[in-house]
Design a protein around this ligand. Structure first.
Ligand SMILES: Cc1cc2nc3c(=O)[nH]c(=O)nc-3n(C[C@H](O)[C@H](O)[C@H](O)COP(=O)(O)O)c2cc1C
Length: 304
Protein backbone atom coordinates (compact mmCIF):
# COMPACT_ATOMS: atom_id res chain seq x y z
CA UNK A 1 0.00 0.00 0.00
CA UNK A 2 1.21 3.49 -0.83
CA UNK A 3 1.19 6.17 1.85
CA UNK A 4 -1.75 8.47 1.05
CA UNK A 5 -1.38 10.74 4.06
CA UNK A 6 -1.03 14.44 3.30
CA UNK A 7 0.14 17.22 5.57
CA UNK A 8 -1.08 20.68 4.63
CA UNK A 9 -0.41 23.82 6.71
CA UNK A 10 0.04 21.69 9.82
CA UNK A 11 -3.21 19.76 9.24
CA UNK A 12 -3.08 16.00 8.73
CA UNK A 13 -5.35 14.34 6.16
CA UNK A 14 -5.53 10.54 6.02
CA UNK A 15 -5.72 10.76 2.22
CA UNK A 16 -6.00 13.66 -0.30
CA UNK A 17 -9.72 13.20 -1.13
CA UNK A 18 -12.16 15.50 0.69
CA UNK A 19 -15.74 16.58 0.00
CA UNK A 20 -16.27 19.87 -1.83
CA UNK A 21 -19.13 22.07 -0.62
CA UNK A 22 -22.58 20.98 -1.79
CA UNK A 23 -25.57 18.87 -0.79
CA UNK A 24 -23.17 15.98 -0.17
CA UNK A 25 -22.12 17.85 3.01
CA UNK A 26 -25.32 19.77 3.69
CA UNK A 27 -25.53 18.88 7.40
CA UNK A 28 -23.75 17.04 10.20
CA UNK A 29 -25.16 13.67 9.24
CA UNK A 30 -23.89 13.95 5.64
CA UNK A 31 -20.47 14.98 7.00
CA UNK A 32 -20.48 11.94 9.28
CA UNK A 33 -21.29 9.78 6.25
CA UNK A 34 -18.46 11.39 4.27
CA UNK A 35 -16.04 10.46 7.08
CA UNK A 36 -17.39 6.91 7.13
CA UNK A 37 -17.14 6.85 3.34
CA UNK A 38 -13.39 7.30 3.52
CA UNK A 39 -12.86 11.07 3.07
CA UNK A 40 -9.34 12.15 3.99
CA UNK A 41 -10.69 15.23 5.78
CA UNK A 42 -14.05 17.00 5.95
CA UNK A 43 -15.34 20.22 4.43
CA UNK A 44 -18.86 21.48 5.21
CA UNK A 45 -21.44 23.20 2.99
CA UNK A 46 -21.03 26.98 2.75
CA UNK A 47 -23.00 28.94 5.32
CA UNK A 48 -23.80 32.62 5.28
CA UNK A 49 -25.50 35.02 7.68
CA UNK A 50 -28.99 34.04 6.47
CA UNK A 51 -30.38 30.74 5.21
CA UNK A 52 -30.30 30.49 1.40
CA UNK A 53 -33.52 30.45 -0.61
CA UNK A 54 -33.74 27.24 -2.62
CA UNK A 55 -34.93 27.67 -6.23
CA UNK A 56 -36.82 24.64 -7.53
CA UNK A 57 -35.67 22.63 -9.39
CA UNK A 58 -32.09 23.28 -8.42
CA UNK A 59 -30.17 20.24 -9.73
CA UNK A 60 -30.22 18.30 -13.00
CA UNK A 61 -27.90 16.07 -14.97
CA UNK A 62 -26.91 17.30 -18.44
CA UNK A 63 -24.77 15.55 -21.04
CA UNK A 64 -21.25 15.29 -19.65
CA UNK A 65 -22.04 17.18 -16.51
CA UNK A 66 -24.43 18.53 -13.95
CA UNK A 67 -26.31 21.81 -13.52
CA UNK A 68 -27.19 23.39 -10.20
CA UNK A 69 -28.62 26.62 -9.00
CA UNK A 70 -28.16 25.82 -5.34
CA UNK A 71 -26.86 28.66 -3.22
CA UNK A 72 -25.24 28.34 0.21
CA UNK A 73 -26.82 26.33 3.05
CA UNK A 74 -30.56 26.61 3.49
CA UNK A 75 -30.01 25.97 7.20
CA UNK A 76 -29.64 29.08 9.37
CA UNK A 77 -26.11 29.58 10.74
CA UNK A 78 -27.48 29.14 14.30
CA UNK A 79 -28.41 25.55 13.41
CA UNK A 80 -24.85 24.83 12.25
CA UNK A 81 -23.45 26.40 15.41
CA UNK A 82 -25.83 24.54 17.72
CA UNK A 83 -25.82 21.10 16.10
CA UNK A 84 -24.31 20.39 12.68
CA UNK A 85 -20.68 21.40 13.34
CA UNK A 86 -20.69 19.36 16.58
CA UNK A 87 -21.73 16.24 14.68
CA UNK A 88 -19.18 16.87 11.96
CA UNK A 89 -16.36 17.66 14.38
CA UNK A 90 -17.06 14.53 16.41
CA UNK A 91 -16.84 12.43 13.22
CA UNK A 92 -13.60 14.17 12.20
CA UNK A 93 -12.04 13.87 15.67
CA UNK A 94 -12.85 10.18 15.92
CA UNK A 95 -10.63 9.63 12.86
CA UNK A 96 -8.08 12.34 13.63
CA UNK A 97 -8.89 14.26 10.43
CA UNK A 98 -9.50 18.02 10.01
CA UNK A 99 -12.81 19.85 9.49
CA UNK A 100 -12.79 22.77 7.06
CA UNK A 101 -15.69 25.22 7.42
CA UNK A 102 -16.90 27.08 4.32
CA UNK A 103 -18.16 30.66 4.71
CA UNK A 104 -19.71 33.15 2.29
CA UNK A 105 -19.53 35.81 1.01
CA UNK A 106 -18.74 39.51 1.69
CA UNK A 107 -16.17 40.88 4.13
CA UNK A 108 -18.97 42.06 6.43
CA UNK A 109 -20.58 38.61 6.44
CA UNK A 110 -17.26 36.84 6.99
CA UNK A 111 -16.42 39.20 9.88
CA UNK A 112 -19.67 38.14 11.57
CA UNK A 113 -19.34 34.42 10.93
CA UNK A 114 -15.63 33.61 11.25
CA UNK A 115 -15.28 34.15 15.04
CA UNK A 116 -18.39 32.02 15.65
CA UNK A 117 -17.11 28.93 13.79
CA UNK A 118 -13.74 28.94 15.60
CA UNK A 119 -14.57 26.09 18.01
CA UNK A 120 -14.98 23.66 15.12
CA UNK A 121 -12.93 24.99 12.19
CA UNK A 122 -9.44 23.60 11.63
CA UNK A 123 -9.38 25.79 8.51
CA UNK A 124 -11.84 28.06 6.72
CA UNK A 125 -12.67 28.15 3.01
CA UNK A 126 -14.13 31.39 1.68
CA UNK A 127 -16.51 30.92 -1.20
CA UNK A 128 -16.26 33.90 -3.54
CA UNK A 129 -18.71 32.57 -6.11
CA UNK A 130 -21.06 35.53 -6.13
CA UNK A 131 -18.50 38.30 -5.82
CA UNK A 132 -17.90 38.91 -9.55
CA UNK A 133 -14.88 40.16 -11.46
CA UNK A 134 -13.46 42.80 -9.16
CA UNK A 135 -10.84 41.27 -6.78
CA UNK A 136 -11.55 43.80 -4.02
CA UNK A 137 -14.50 41.93 -2.43
CA UNK A 138 -12.35 38.77 -2.34
CA UNK A 139 -9.54 40.72 -0.69
CA UNK A 140 -11.99 42.18 1.85
CA UNK A 141 -13.29 38.67 2.62
CA UNK A 142 -9.72 37.41 3.19
CA UNK A 143 -8.92 40.46 5.36
CA UNK A 144 -12.04 39.91 7.46
CA UNK A 145 -11.23 36.23 7.99
CA UNK A 146 -7.55 36.81 8.76
CA UNK A 147 -8.42 39.50 11.32
CA UNK A 148 -10.98 37.28 13.03
CA UNK A 149 -9.30 33.87 13.33
CA UNK A 150 -5.91 32.15 13.46
CA UNK A 151 -6.69 29.03 11.39
CA UNK A 152 -5.57 28.71 7.73
CA UNK A 153 -7.78 30.58 5.26
CA UNK A 154 -8.48 29.12 1.83
CA UNK A 155 -10.14 31.19 -0.86
CA UNK A 156 -12.21 29.38 -3.47
CA UNK A 157 -12.04 30.63 -7.05
CA UNK A 158 -14.66 30.54 -9.77
CA UNK A 159 -13.36 29.17 -13.08
CA UNK A 160 -14.54 32.09 -15.19
CA UNK A 161 -14.01 35.78 -15.19
CA UNK A 162 -11.09 36.97 -13.13
CA UNK A 163 -7.92 35.86 -14.78
CA UNK A 164 -6.70 33.00 -12.63
CA UNK A 165 -3.06 34.01 -12.23
CA UNK A 166 -3.97 37.59 -11.28
CA UNK A 167 -6.66 36.37 -8.88
CA UNK A 168 -4.25 33.92 -7.24
CA UNK A 169 -1.64 36.65 -6.89
CA UNK A 170 -4.19 39.02 -5.33
CA UNK A 171 -5.31 36.29 -2.91
CA UNK A 172 -1.72 35.55 -1.88
CA UNK A 173 -0.94 39.24 -1.38
CA UNK A 174 -4.08 39.60 0.76
CA UNK A 175 -2.75 36.85 3.03
CA UNK A 176 -4.71 33.75 1.94
CA UNK A 177 -3.01 30.57 3.14
CA UNK A 178 -4.31 28.40 0.30
CA UNK A 179 -6.54 28.38 -2.78
CA UNK A 180 -9.38 26.08 -3.80
CA UNK A 181 -10.07 25.81 -7.53
CA UNK A 182 -12.64 25.70 -8.79
CA UNK A 183 -16.26 26.38 -8.07
CA UNK A 184 -18.86 25.46 -10.71
CA UNK A 185 -18.89 27.30 -14.06
CA UNK A 186 -21.60 29.62 -15.28
CA UNK A 187 -24.08 30.92 -15.74
CA UNK A 188 -25.10 27.99 -17.96
CA UNK A 189 -28.55 27.07 -19.19
CA UNK A 190 -30.57 23.96 -19.94
CA UNK A 191 -34.09 23.36 -21.26
CA UNK A 192 -36.52 20.55 -20.43
CA UNK A 193 -37.81 20.06 -23.98
CA UNK A 194 -40.88 18.11 -22.79
CA UNK A 195 -42.21 21.04 -20.78
CA UNK A 196 -40.42 23.91 -22.49
CA UNK A 197 -39.27 25.22 -19.11
CA UNK A 198 -35.66 25.95 -18.13
CA UNK A 199 -34.07 22.99 -16.34
CA UNK A 200 -33.32 25.22 -13.37
CA UNK A 201 -35.79 27.18 -11.27
CA UNK A 202 -35.22 30.75 -10.14
CA UNK A 203 -33.86 32.84 -13.00
CA UNK A 204 -33.30 29.70 -15.07
CA UNK A 205 -29.53 29.86 -14.92
CA UNK A 206 -27.51 26.92 -13.68
CA UNK A 207 -23.85 26.35 -12.86
CA UNK A 208 -21.98 23.52 -14.54
CA UNK A 209 -20.03 20.89 -12.59
CA UNK A 210 -18.96 17.28 -13.12
CA UNK A 211 -16.78 15.82 -15.90
CA UNK A 212 -17.43 18.67 -18.39
CA UNK A 213 -15.77 21.08 -15.96
CA UNK A 214 -12.63 19.05 -15.39
CA UNK A 215 -10.23 20.42 -18.05
CA UNK A 216 -11.16 23.99 -17.15
CA UNK A 217 -10.64 23.46 -13.39
CA UNK A 218 -7.44 21.56 -14.08
CA UNK A 219 -6.09 24.49 -16.11
CA UNK A 220 -6.94 26.84 -13.23
CA UNK A 221 -5.02 24.64 -10.77
CA UNK A 222 -2.10 24.48 -13.22
CA UNK A 223 -2.04 28.28 -13.55
CA UNK A 224 -2.33 28.88 -9.81
CA UNK A 225 0.44 26.38 -9.02
CA UNK A 226 2.79 28.29 -11.33
CA UNK A 227 1.88 31.65 -9.84
CA UNK A 228 1.84 31.32 -6.06
CA UNK A 229 3.53 29.06 -3.54
CA UNK A 230 0.34 28.14 -1.68
CA UNK A 231 -1.35 24.77 -1.20
CA UNK A 232 -4.22 24.16 -3.62
CA UNK A 233 -7.41 22.14 -3.21
CA UNK A 234 -8.20 21.00 -6.77
CA UNK A 235 -11.91 20.59 -7.53
CA UNK A 236 -13.92 20.00 -10.70
CA UNK A 237 -15.26 16.82 -12.23
CA UNK A 238 -13.22 14.40 -10.16
CA UNK A 239 -14.87 10.99 -10.44
CA UNK A 240 -12.05 8.46 -10.06
CA UNK A 241 -8.46 7.99 -8.97
CA UNK A 242 -6.93 9.06 -12.27
CA UNK A 243 -8.93 12.31 -12.27
CA UNK A 244 -7.59 13.01 -8.78
CA UNK A 245 -4.03 12.17 -9.85
CA UNK A 246 -4.28 14.62 -12.76
CA UNK A 247 -5.12 17.42 -10.31
CA UNK A 248 -2.28 16.43 -7.97
CA UNK A 249 0.13 16.34 -10.93
CA UNK A 250 -1.10 19.83 -11.90
CA UNK A 251 -0.10 21.02 -8.43
CA UNK A 252 -3.01 20.28 -6.06
CA UNK A 253 -2.28 19.13 -2.51
CA UNK A 254 -5.84 17.89 -1.88
CA UNK A 255 -8.76 17.19 -4.21
CA UNK A 256 -12.41 18.00 -3.57
CA UNK A 257 -15.38 15.98 -4.79
CA UNK A 258 -18.96 17.22 -5.02
CA UNK A 259 -20.92 16.05 -8.10
CA UNK A 260 -19.55 12.48 -7.98
CA UNK A 261 -20.64 12.29 -4.32
CA UNK A 262 -24.13 13.55 -5.22
CA UNK A 263 -24.40 10.93 -7.97
CA UNK A 264 -22.66 7.99 -6.28
CA UNK A 265 -23.03 8.56 -2.53
CA UNK A 266 -20.53 9.09 0.28
CA UNK A 267 -18.48 5.94 -0.34
CA UNK A 268 -17.06 7.69 -3.41
CA UNK A 269 -14.35 9.48 -1.39
CA UNK A 270 -12.87 6.20 -0.16
CA UNK A 271 -13.22 4.61 -3.60
CA UNK A 272 -11.28 7.44 -5.25
CA UNK A 273 -8.60 7.23 -2.52
CA UNK A 274 -8.33 3.46 -3.08
CA UNK A 275 -7.91 4.04 -6.83
CA UNK A 276 -5.13 6.55 -6.17
CA UNK A 277 -3.46 3.91 -3.99
CA UNK A 278 -3.73 1.26 -6.72
CA UNK A 279 -2.31 3.61 -9.33
CA UNK A 280 0.62 4.61 -7.12
CA UNK A 281 1.38 0.94 -6.37
CA UNK A 282 1.14 -0.04 -10.03
CA UNK A 283 3.55 2.75 -10.96
CA UNK A 284 6.08 2.07 -8.19
CA UNK A 285 5.45 5.10 -5.95
CA UNK A 286 5.60 4.88 -2.18
CA UNK A 287 3.57 7.96 -1.41
CA UNK A 288 1.23 10.46 -3.00
CA UNK A 289 3.57 13.39 -2.45
CA UNK A 290 5.98 11.99 -5.06
CA UNK A 291 3.67 12.85 -7.95
CA UNK A 292 2.63 16.34 -6.85
CA UNK A 293 3.36 18.94 -9.52
CA UNK A 294 4.65 16.40 -12.07
CA UNK A 295 2.80 18.19 -14.89
CA UNK A 296 4.26 21.59 -14.06
CA UNK A 297 7.02 22.98 -16.28
CA UNK A 298 10.59 22.11 -15.36
CA UNK A 299 9.86 18.85 -13.61
CA UNK A 300 13.00 17.12 -14.87
CA UNK A 301 13.28 15.19 -11.60
CA UNK A 302 9.94 13.53 -12.24
CA UNK A 303 10.39 12.88 -15.93
CA UNK A 304 14.00 11.77 -15.63
C1 LIG B 1 -25.56 21.18 -6.04
C2 LIG B 1 -24.26 21.90 -5.78
C3 LIG B 1 -24.16 22.77 -4.69
C4 LIG B 1 -22.95 23.45 -4.45
N1 LIG B 1 -22.86 24.29 -3.36
C5 LIG B 1 -21.68 24.93 -3.10
C6 LIG B 1 -21.53 25.74 -1.95
O1 LIG B 1 -22.42 25.86 -1.10
N2 LIG B 1 -20.34 26.38 -1.79
C7 LIG B 1 -19.30 26.26 -2.67
O2 LIG B 1 -18.25 26.86 -2.46
N3 LIG B 1 -19.42 25.46 -3.76
C8 LIG B 1 -20.56 24.80 -3.98
N4 LIG B 1 -20.67 23.97 -5.07
C9 LIG B 1 -19.51 23.80 -5.98
C10 LIG B 1 -18.73 22.52 -5.65
O3 LIG B 1 -18.22 22.54 -4.33
C11 LIG B 1 -17.57 22.32 -6.63
O4 LIG B 1 -16.67 23.38 -6.50
C12 LIG B 1 -18.02 22.25 -8.10
O5 LIG B 1 -19.27 21.62 -8.22
C13 LIG B 1 -17.02 21.48 -8.97
O6 LIG B 1 -16.73 20.19 -8.44
P1 LIG B 1 -17.51 18.85 -8.89
O7 LIG B 1 -17.42 18.75 -10.36
O8 LIG B 1 -16.83 17.74 -8.13
O9 LIG B 1 -18.93 19.02 -8.43
C14 LIG B 1 -21.85 23.27 -5.33
C15 LIG B 1 -21.97 22.39 -6.42
C16 LIG B 1 -23.14 21.70 -6.64
C17 LIG B 1 -23.23 20.74 -7.81
Amino acid sequence: MADLRVEMLGLHFRNPVIPSAGPNVRDGLRLQEAAEGGAGGLLAKTISVDPAPVPMPHMATVRGGFLNTELWSELPPERWLSREYDLAKRAADSLGIPLIVSLGYSGTEIAQLAPKVCPWADAIELSTHYLGEDPRPMIEAIDAAKSAVDVPIFVKMSPLGREMKAAAQAAAEAGADGISATNSFGPAFGVDVETGYPLMGGKGYGWLSGPALQPLSLRCVYDIAQTVDLPIIGVGGINNGKDAIAFIMAGATLVGVCTAAIMRGPSVYGKIAAEIDTWLNDHGYENVNQIRGAALPAQEAYHG
